[in-house]
Design a binder for this molecule. Structure first.
Ligand code: NAP
Length: 292
């Protein structure tokens, strides 16, 4: 049942780590929500209706939405939105700072990802303009907080399993991990921020710290207290190449180790000015890193 006095939102990627945080914010703010998932939960909540669907075949409910949020794959959303007949005043979509950091990457796959993100953002802005809506693009940095991210939670899982986490000594590139709840708050703030119309914002976390310090804090949050082992960088690279060759290393993209040396730092000033964005410092707890 919809509540006639409530603002109404359509949320894609609602089952994801950012999407789930956004659903909680929308519920707390009294929004009426339609959420889309390829495998929706069987039960709806108060003011929350789940719909089964996935891009490119999503059929949106025939309603007027005050806001549409995209918290899933931006390219798929942008292609769908460009063809959709959707009545929505505001579109808030998550992209990624990879649009900037991977633009000139050595790896062609990473360059292609950056190009796809840029094209997707442009498509969302154009489609919003064509339908009389306004769009805002939000680009998070390294996301954590829901114990299901593919970076810090993965580091925590590996370290808990082995009791140790190994890093090359030069893994000192700067990072700004950002909590899912800060991203959800920014998305909600964007709806009622006139200055955010037609803008894209980097959303870094509230603290900038070297990669090895970030890992140290992750390990310190775990009850097992795994050790951080720092090894000479050439040795690390030889061991990594051997692990790759032996098929013992999966899911570490080409360039990921080299990037540990690089600063990936973004300016939060525009988001602070237009969205009141004030992300927390990086103080991870076990619950933010380990599921269950
Ligand atoms: N994680 C990061 O560190 C990070 C960093 C920068 C930017 N971002 C961006 O932030 C956004 C959200 O990231 P996240 O980490 O919260 O994602 P996530 O936890 O992996 O969730 C992604 C969501 O996308 C939905 N989805 C995937 N394929 C879909 C399809 N074909 N049709 C419809 N829905 C689909 C999934 O929903 P169902 O499975 O329920 O269908 C899922 O809820 C993404 O645009 C991501 O690129 C993430």
């Amino acid at each position: 049942m919809t509540r006639t006095d409530a603002r109404r939102a359509l949320v894609f990627g609602a089952s994801g780590q950012i999407g789930a945080a956004l659903l909680a914010r929308l519920a707390a703010a009294g929004w009426d929500v339609d959420a889309v998932s390829r495998a929706p939960p069987s039960a709806n909540g108060p003011g929350l209706r789940w719909h089964a669907g996935g891009f490119p075949d999503v059929v949106a409910p025939d309603a007027h939405f005050d806001a549409v949020f995209s918290c899933g794959p931006l390219d798929a959303f942008s292609l769908w939105y460009a063809d959709a007949t959707l009545r929505a005043a505001r579109v808030i979509a998550f992209g990624s700072t990879s649009l900037e950091t991977k633009r000139a990457a050595g790896d062609p796959g990473e360059r292609a990802l950056a190009a796809t993100l840029a094209a997707s953002e442009a498509r969302v802005f154009a489609a919003a303009h064509a339908s009389g809506a306004t769009a805002t693009l939000l680009r998070p940095t390294l996301v954590y907080g829901a114990a299901r991210d593919a970076s810090l939670s993965r580091i925590a899982a590996l370290a808990r399993r082995t009791g140790v986490f190994v890093l090359p000594r030069d893994a000192r590139g700067l990072r700004q991990p950002v909590h899912v709840d800060d991203l959800a708050e920014a998305a909600l703030a964007a709806v009622s921020a006139p200055a955010a119309a037609g803008q894209a914002y980097a959303l870094p976390g509230g603290e900038t710290l070297p990669y090895d310090a970030m890992v140290r804090r992750v390990l310190a949050a775990l009850p097992e207290r795994p050790r951080l082992l720092r090894v000479p960088s050439p040795l690390f690279r030889i061991a990594l190449a051997a692990a790759h060759a032996g098929g013992r290393l999966h899911g570490l993209p080409a360039g990921a180790v080299a990037r540990m040396r690089e600063d990936l730092v973004f300016d939060a000033t525009p988001a602070a000015r237009d969205l009141g964005y004030a992300p927390r410092e990086f103080r991870p707890t076990r619950e933010m890193l380990v599921a269950g």
